[in-house]
Design a protein around this ligand. Structure first.
Ligand SMILES: [Zn+2]
Length: 125
């Protein structure tokens, strides 16, 4: 018997909650692990992509892993205007998202605990 049922693509209420696709790496992840972005206006009143970490803004959203790597991928793919249904070729500033990510992501270049080697020479008495 052939079932027309599709693989689990539905994002209905499952045990893990809704799943969304990252517009950067195209990976799927629970919505709560992704940063929602929406079209709004920046502080200069221009149309821009804004982070919506609480997922409360109205309108169409695009989801992204909260990493600069996925952000860069999304920018290179022009995924923001596509996902947010902006006119093709229209400039869509997404710097506010980048600034948000710079703030929330931990700096991987920072040397952590360098020179903090502790030796346990005296473990025996
Ligand atoms: Zn991603």
């Amino acid at each position: 018997m052939i079932s027309p049922a599709l693989p689990a693509e539905a994002d209905g209420p499952s045990s893990d909650g809704p799943v969304r696709t990252c517009i950067g790496c195209r990976g799927r992840a629970p919505r709560r692990d992704l940063l929602r972005t929406v079209v709004g206006t920046d502080e200069d009143g221009r149309v821009a992509v804004l982070p919506d970490p609480r997922g409360v803004a109205a309108g169409r959203g695009a989801h992204l892993h909260p990493t600069t790597a996925c952000y860069d991928l999304a920018v290179r793919r022009k995924a923001f205007p596509r996902a947010l249904r902006r006119a093709a070729g229209a400039p869509l500033e997404s710097a506010p998202v980048r600034q948000y990510l710079d703030r929330v992501t931990t700096d991987t270049d920072r040397p952590t605990g360098a020179g903090r080697l502790t030796r346990n020479w005296s473990s025996s008495s």
